[in-house]
Design a protein around this ligand. Structure first.
Ligand code: MEV
Length: 420
């Protein structure tokens, strides 16, 4: 494999695929073994990760091909149970390759920690006092994490808000912390807890919650892509895709499903790299609601040539140090496969996969519908459940799809017939 583009990759065996990917990504024999063999996450490691451990749970790991992001070729590991997703991402990335792939950027790794202050008689006045003490607040917080500060991280700014609530007005202090290559939950939570007594002293109020916000609006990643109209099958298809997007932009019922398609691309990479999927999900959906109405996380338009252009903007609190990323053996190899320099590069990759996934889904929905593609994959699953392998499996799949009869009993019947 010379680039992330490889024709007929799906025809190889899992072993052959791993060999090709290893050549491209430079992962060692030992690392290949971690990916290939079950039990890479041994019970002792698992037992240290969560509580009441009784075993481990496996999912398939595939690779999305054809991705070029900011001029660099990537083979992207994806961990997911749903068929079609990896193939769809790869197909969309292939279309994007013709125009140079995806172009991504980010707003840095700034995480927000919230400090809730109640029982303040004069919250607007207290807000000013907090701002006056900004330098001292930053000093207290940064002193808790000298290593982060040494590498260029730490509290960058503060924001103070007065909000109305069912129990009256409350003050909310935001610490905006550059957590560099860490997801940063531990760092910012510790800072919020440390500075809380000082906030109480300034305001005369009582601090309650001290916790990060998953609505990571200062930790955004952005990506854009152009797909030529000819690649899509003409301007009519471009228009259909834009109409599909307009539906999601206008209607929360559709936006939820549209964004689910985006998360189909995002979460498998977040999982593969050992990051917190729930943090990404909640951040994404909260961000999609930021106008007060839930809407699409992507946009699709037509440029002056009539080509399709798409964008995504999404909070992306992922890290490369700490958490499962550094403990889970397969996650470590997945990160190595990507060859990323820092966490924001990982974030940009993830957003680009989300954009690709969205394109694949709405293109299918706006044209042939989603079921045709799903049917052959479904048939493949059913044939495999019936015990079919190799050539017989291919024959059974072909027959079931042709006859639009994808049922386990039928697969079993065909299995008996073809095995003779
Ligand atoms: C299915 O997992 C995802 C889709 O529903 C996304 C969409 O409707 O855009 C196909």
């Amino acid at each position: 494999m010379k680039t992330s583009s490889y024709s007929g990759f799906y025809k190889l065996s899992p072993e052959e695929r791993l060999k090709e990917v290893s050549e491209f990504t430079g992962i060692s024999e030992e690392e290949q073994k971690i990916i290939r063999e079950p039990g890479a996450l041994d019970i002792d490691k698992a037992d240290h990760m969560i509580e009441n451990v009784i075993g481990t749970f496996q999912l398939p790991m595939g690779v999305a091909l054809n991705f070029i992001i900011n001029g660099k070729d990537y083979v992207i590991p994806m961990v997911i149970e749903e068929p079609s997703v990896v193939a769809a991402a790869s197909n969309a990335a292939k279309m994007a390759r013709e125009t140079g792939g995806f172009f991504a950027s980010n707003t840095g790794s700034i995480m927000i920690a919230q400090i809730q202050v109640i029982d303040v008689a004069d919250p607007n006045y207290a807000k000013m006092k907090i701002y006056e003490n900004k330098d001292k607040i930053i000093e207290i917080c940064d002193s808790k994490d000298p290593v982060l500060v040494k590498f260029g991280g730490g509290v960058r700014d503060i924001e103070v808000r007065v909000i109305q609530s069912s129990v009256g007005e409350m003050l909310v202090v935001h610490l905006e912390v550059n957590t560099l290559d860490a997801m940063g939950a531990n760092a910012v939570n510790t800072m919020a807890e440390t500075v809380a007594p000082f906030i109480e002293k300034i305001t005369g109020g009582k601090v309650y919650l001290r916790i990060l916000s998953n609505l990571a609006v200062h930790r955004l990643v952005r990506s854009r892509v152009t797909i030529k109209k000819e690649t899509l099958g003409g301007e009519e298809v471009v228009d259909k895709i834009i109409t599909a997007y307009a539906f999601a932009a206008a209607d929360p019922y559709r936006a939820a499903t549209h964004n689910k398609g985006i998360m189909n691309g995002i979460i498998p990479v977040v999982t593969a790299t050992g990051n917190d999927t729930r943090a990404i999900e909640s951040g994404a959906h909260a961000y999609a609601s930021r106008s007060g109405r839930y809407t699409s996380l992507t946009t699709w338009e037509k440029n002056e040539n009539g080509d399709l252009v798409g964008t995504i903007e999404i909070p992306m609190a992922v890290g490369l140090v700490g958490g499962a990323t550094k403990i889970h053996p397969t996650a470590k190899v997945a990160v190595k496969m990507l060859g990323v320099k820092n966490a924001v590069e990982l974030g940009e990759i993830i957003a680009s996969v989300g954009l690709a996934q969205n394109l694949a889904a709405i293109k299918a929905l706006a044209t042939e519908g989603i079921q045709r593609g799903h049917m052959s994959l479904h048939a493949r699953n059913i044939a495999s459940v019936a015990g079919a392998k190799g050539e017989i499996l291919e024959k059974i799949v072909k027959k079931m799809v042709e006859e639009k009869n994808v049922r386990l009993e039928y697969a079993q019947e065909l299995m008996k017939k073809y095995s003779k």
